[in-house]
Design a protein around this ligand. Structure first.
Ligand code: CO
Length: 138
């Protein structure tokens, strides 16, 4: 069961510049930054009520995000839905014919577990599933 939109991910080339732009032009505040080495990205989180905006930039040329930015430029990158059980949601999606990036959830930023569903399975939108692991939300 998906309970809400956890965050939307926005691909940016320069994280410092993006943070400055979003804070100044929208009046929002980044409260946490983290390098997620396993995903090849650095993220900056902007909390907004029950949801967040996640600005993400590649950590290196071999990051999957580098290819995305070359092909699409800065753009909406993914939509993330909150669920109590990422593995169960991945199983439902897979059994319904969706292509999942990995069969099992894996660690994400800020003490979460995450999974991804391929954009071609959901009308062109890379879809992330997110589950808290009980740590405080940033
Ligand atoms: Co995300």
């Amino acid at each position: 069961v998906l309970t809400r939109i956890d965050h939307v991910g926005i691909a940016v080339r320069d994280l410092d510049r993006a943070v400055e732009l979003y804070e100044r032009r929208l009046g929002v505040r980044v409260t946490a930054r983290e390098k997620v080495v396993t995903e090849g990205v650095e993220v900056a989180m902007i909390p907004l009520g029950e949801s967040r905006v996640e600005l993400l930039s590649p950590l290196g040329a071999d990051s999957p995000l580098t290819k995305f930015l070359e092909q699409r430029g800065e753009a909406l990158h993914h939509v993330a839905y909150h669920t109590a059980d990422v593995d169960a949601a991945l199983t439902v999606a897979r059994s319904a014919g969706a292509e999942v990036a990995t069969d099992r959830s894996r660690p994400g930023a800020h003490g979460t577990r995450i999974g991804f569903i391929h954009p071609k399975s959901l009308c062109g939108v890379l879809t992330e599933l997110v589950q808290d692991d009980g740590q405080p939300r940033s």
